[in-house]
Write a protein that binds this ligand. Sequence first.
Ligand code: SF4
Length: 347
Amino acid sequence: MSPRLEDVLEAAREREISREEALFLFREVQEPKQALKLFAAACEVRDREAGRRVKLVGFMVSITPCTVDPPCRYCFRWAAPNLFTTEDLLSEEEIARAAQAIAETGVRRVEIAGGTQADDEGSRVTLRAAAVVKEESGLGVWVNNGPSYPPGAVSALKDIGIEGIACNLETVNPRVFAELRPGDSLAQRMELIRATEEAGLGIDNTLMIGLGESGDGDHPYEDWVDFLFYFKQFRNLRILEIHPFRPIPGSPVADLPAGSPFETAKARAIARLIFRGVDIAGADAVAGVMAGANMIMHAVSVSKRRKTGPGARCGEPVIEDLGGGLVLANYVPAISRHLADLGMELV
Ligand code: SF4
C-alpha cells in the first residue's frame, strides 16, 4: 500500500527521510496544495536546524580560463565566446581589489570562480587566487573552478585556509553527463569531491533540474534522488545548490525546455528533509524561501562584465565601477528588502 503524504511529512519533521521517501515525495507532490504541505515541513526543519536566517555568498569570476574542449553543451561560453578566456581573467591585483570590495558590502563569504583549466598552470593560479583573497579580506573562501587542479592540490588549498570547494556535477547520471559534458569527466570531478571530503574541507555541489530532459515524458526523479543520496555519503557537504537548467541561446541545447521552477522548488524542499541543517541555495526566490532554502549565491559579484551569471532573482543590482574594467554588482539592498518581507534574518 502506498504511504500517505501527510504521514511521510509528519515523520520527516522529526528525522531525515530515506531514499524511498524522497522518491515518493517527488512522485506524489504534483499540485500546489500538496506542495504547500511539503514546503511547510521543509520550512519547519530549516527554521529548527538552520534558523530563520539566510546566508549571503559573494562571487568573483574568472580566476581561471576554461580549456574544456568541446565546451559543455549548455555552457554560457556558447553565447559569449570571450567568457572564461584570458580576456575575462582577473589579475592578482584585481582579485585583491575584488575581495576588498566584496568585504565592504558586509557579505562574509565569497566563491572564487572560473572555468576548468586542465594544465599545471591551473593549480598555481587557483592557489594564488585563494591566497590573495585570504590575505586581502576576512572573507570565507570557496573555490569553484571545476577540476582545475588535481586532488593532490586540495591539501595546499586547505593550508591556505579556504572553507571549501565546489566541483559541480549537476547530474550523476553517467549517460547524461557524457552527452552534455563531452569534454569533461564525471569520474575526475568525483575524485576531487572525495579528496575534498578526505581533507576535511566543505563540499558545495549543484544539481541541475531539467538537464538533458527533452520535455517529452516524465521527469527523471530517480536521477535527482541518486544525486542527493550520492552526496549523503559525505560528512562535509555544507552547501547544496539546486537550479533549473537554462537553455543558453546559441548553444547546442538552446531548443530544449528550461528546467521546471516547480520541480526545482520541490527538489529544494526534499533536499531540506534529507540534509536538515545543510545550507541550501535558492533563497533569492520567494518559492525558494518557502521551500526551505537558506542561502543566496551571487549576492554580490565582481567581474569584468556588468553582470555575472544569473545574479540574485529578487531585484536589480546596484552597479559600482571599481576601475580598470572591474564591475561590482551588488544585490544586497534588493535582498535585504526581499528577506525583510519574508521575516528572514540576513547573515
Ligand atoms: S567546465 Fe564549466 S565553464 Fe567549462 S565548458 Fe563546462 S560548464 Fe562551461
